[in-house]
Ligand binder design. Structure first.
Ligand SMILES: NC(=O)CC[C@H](N)C(=O)O
Length: 407
């Protein structure tokens, strides 16, 4: 058992006065009650928060300045420990509304500053208590800049996060667990997070007008295949005015068609698209063949590409943040987008009857595609923008327009 007496002080620029430091009162002297151990043996001490115990996963970083509750509850983050690069996380507490799922999301969170008392009229509880309730393990007081640079240099490492109030850790055992984690490549995590039963969804999004004036679309039916869907995507779909039914990710094409969809939606989700694609791709292929409009987001985009015969690969560090510029090649417009993906479609592997429609202005990687001979399109990023900028909401209008014209 190895534990230092105190959390090493964080490097803070000399020009910042002591009392202006985020954790001036707590940074030094406190006994570490949490630790992150990477598979290569790197150890970062901190103060544990949320649930006690340990959780293994891929360590990634998200650069969003707001929206931590949506991020932590996004099922696409299953199997991942999130490092927040923004130093102050938790200061508006948590509430009952800003969640993307009630099921599993991220398995750990790493913060720079300790969480302050929540300050918001919407706050129902402290992030620490909320994380505990969700069984989510966290760590504060970590030099998140150093960790982010480490991830940028070497790619997202596997690691284990541990919280023990008594400050007792078996580092060798933790390292062994981190090393034993196989990594996200080849992992079908969607099956752990998608719904088990078909249900209907009718909550709309008030910031988009709550579906007002779209009563005409009530005759249309969208069936959303859930691979780990975010609630705000379902709100955006319901906002089109159409009826929305959600089915589990392993539903057969026959069962989807038996519901009489006018359009099919392929959701976001965690893990490797190639692994989930083993059962999802044949279904997507069959649905494309029917000529019905299909719209995919993130994992849904990646598996649609696989269904077209294209390839996906793991990215080095991935895209996770709320300020990613994307160019819509069909209009020439640039939109600022919310993103969360660690795999990406190789556009050069798309077949002749499909084309790349969107591209990342950060690194030129693929952000969207469409078929040229079918009403089928998808994007890699998150147009539902939860959290993040709402520039891309137009894609839900594109989808309902396609549904209308093909009904
Ligand atoms: N948000 C998502 O749907 C993520 C898709 C996939 N799991 C990835 O990491 O690339």
């Amino acid at each position: 058992m190895t534990t230092p007496d105190s959390v090493p002080p964080l490097p803070v620029r000399g020009s910042i006065p002591d009392d202006a430091r985020p954790n001036a009162d707590q940074a030094a002297g406190a006994k570490p009650t949490g630790v992150l151990v990477l598979a290569d043996g790197t150890v970062l001490w901190g103060r544990g928060l949320g649930a006690e115990g340990d959780a293994v996963g891929e360590v990634c970083f998200n650069t969003s300045m707001t929206g931590y509750q949506e991020i932590l509850t996004d099922p696409s983050y299953s199997g991942q420990i999130i490092t927040f690069t923004f130093p102050h996380v938790g200061n508006v507490g948590t509430n009952f509304e800003d969640i993307e799922s009630v099921g599993p999301g991220a398995c750990g969170l790493i913060l720079r500053a300790d969480i302050t008392e929540p300050s918001s009229w919407r706050a129902a509880s402290h992030l620490d208590a909320w994380a505990k309730q969700r069984g989510l393990i966290g760590l504060a007081g970590v030099d998140t800049r150093r960790l982010t640079r480490l991830i940028r240099a070497a790619g997202a490492p596997n690691g284990i996060i541990a919280h023990n109030a008594a400050g007792v850790f078996d580092l060798d055992a933790l390292k062994a667990k981190a090393k034993a984690f196989p990594g996200l490549e080849g992992l079908d995590l969607a099956k752990q997070v998608f719904c088990r039963q078909t249900y209907t969804w009718d909550e709309t999004l008030w910031s988009l007008g709550g579906g007002y004036g779209r009563q005409d679309n009530a005759q249309f039916h969208i069936v959303a295949i859930d691979y780990g869907v975010k609630r705000n995507i379902l709100r955006c779909l319901a906002n089109t005015g159409a009826r929305v039914t959600v089915v589990p990710g392993d539903t057969s094409a026959e069962a989807v068609l038996a519901l009489g969809p006018d359009g099919v939606f392929l959701s976001n989700g965690p893990g490797d698209p190639a692994a989930t694609g083993e059962y999802a791709v044949p279904v997507i292929k069959a649905l494309i063949e029917t000529g019905k409009p299909v719209f995919g987001i993130c994992l849904g985009h990646q598996m649609l590409a696989l269904a077209l015969g294209a390839r996906t690969v793991k990215m080095k560090q991935g895209h996770r943040g709320a300020n990613h510029p994307v160019k819509d090649k069909t209009t020439g417009k640039v939109e600022i987008t919310s993103q969360n993906h660690g795999f990406v479609v190789l556009p050069e592997t798309l077949p002749a009857n499909a084309e790349e429609t969107h591209v990342s202005l950060f690194d030129g990687t693929n952000e969207g595609l469409r078929m040229l001979d079918r009403p089928v399109f998808s994007v890699q990023y998150h147009p539902e923008a939860s959290p993040g900028p709402e520039d891309s909401h137009y894609l839900f209008d594109r989808f309902i327009a396609l549904v209308k014209s093909h009904a």
